[in-house]
Design a protein around this ligand. Structure first.
Ligand code: HEM
Length: 221
């Protein structure tokens, strides 16, 4: 049997590490609970006259049940969200994967997409539009928690309510945040289904990245 030496290669980490995948899927389930239970609460006292969501789309048979779902879900949303933000900053993921966002690249990606030239061969980099949408939805998620606090406890958070221009405005802002997140979700889920390998990567971890060749060698028989 021949023996040779070869450089020691460390395998690298999955593109989407396990903690990130757990937080992403917890968030996906909790967001659906928050959105559909929010529709149940909205239907009880609508903002846009004549516009209801209808029982098929609502979580909870009536407003009080929808409220229960919403109040239970908000803890998971907030705790999971804070964990994702801390992880994103501490691991450097936000800096390396979501930033920087260059306006010229956003324009180029939009033009390419309109000409059906969306390249998604390399899963390891997000294009400029993806980065922008992810940052927008992360900010929308934070805004939902803040506007939600204002309408949940308007007396305790009266300063926050005043900053937002009153209780009704805070409600409208909370509704607008929901609309942004739902709009994001329609595009996000459609793209994930159109490029299933991104979906598989968000489930399994995807390709390994950051493999390193060390100056040490290993013996191969
Ligand atoms: C069933 C629903 C969902 C599906 C199928 C889905 C699918 C995916 C996939 C496949 C990726 C990786 C994209 C890529 O590699 O190109 C991803 C990333 C991401 N998704 Fe979702 N997603 C869902 C729900 C959500 C929700 C509800 C949110 C937030 C409101 C969200 C926010 C994000 C963000 C911010 C990333 C980037 C994460 C990072 O790299 O740090 N997703 N999602």
């Amino acid at each position: 049997m021949r023996e040779t030496m070869r450089p020691l290669v460390t395998a690298g980490r999955p593109l989407h590490p396990l903690p990130l995948r757990i937080m992403h899927w917890v968030n996906a389930v909790v967001m659906l609970v928050m959105i559909t239970s929010g529709w149940g609460i909205y239907d009880d006292d609508v903002i846009i006259r004549g516009f209801h969501f209808g029982s098929f789309w609502r979580l909870g048979d009536w407003a009080a049940w929808s409220l229960n779902w919403h109040f239970a879900g908000m803890w998971f949303l907030a705790i999971n969200g804070v964990a994702y933000l801390v992880y994103g900053v501490a691991s450097g993921r936000f800096r390396t994967k979501l930033l920087p966002i260059r306006p010229a690249e956003v324009v180029r990606t939009v033009v390419d997409t309109l000409h059906f030239r969306i390249a998604h061969e390399d899963l390891t980099v997000y294009n400029a539009v993806q980065k922008l949408l992810y940052v927008i939805v992360i900010l929308a998620g934070i805004a939902q928690v803040v506007t939600g606090l204002a309408i949940w406890k308007p007396v305790q958070f009266s300063g926050l309510v005043a900053l937002m221009g009153g209780f009704q405005t805070a409600r409208v802002l909370h509704f607008a945040g929901m609309a942004i997140i739902v709009g994001f979700l329609v595009v996000h889920v459609t793209l994930a289904l159109l490029v299933p390998k991104t979906l598989l990567a968000m489930l399994s971890g995807g390709p390994r990245v950051g493999a390193q060749v060390s100056d040490k060698e290993e013996l191969v028989r």
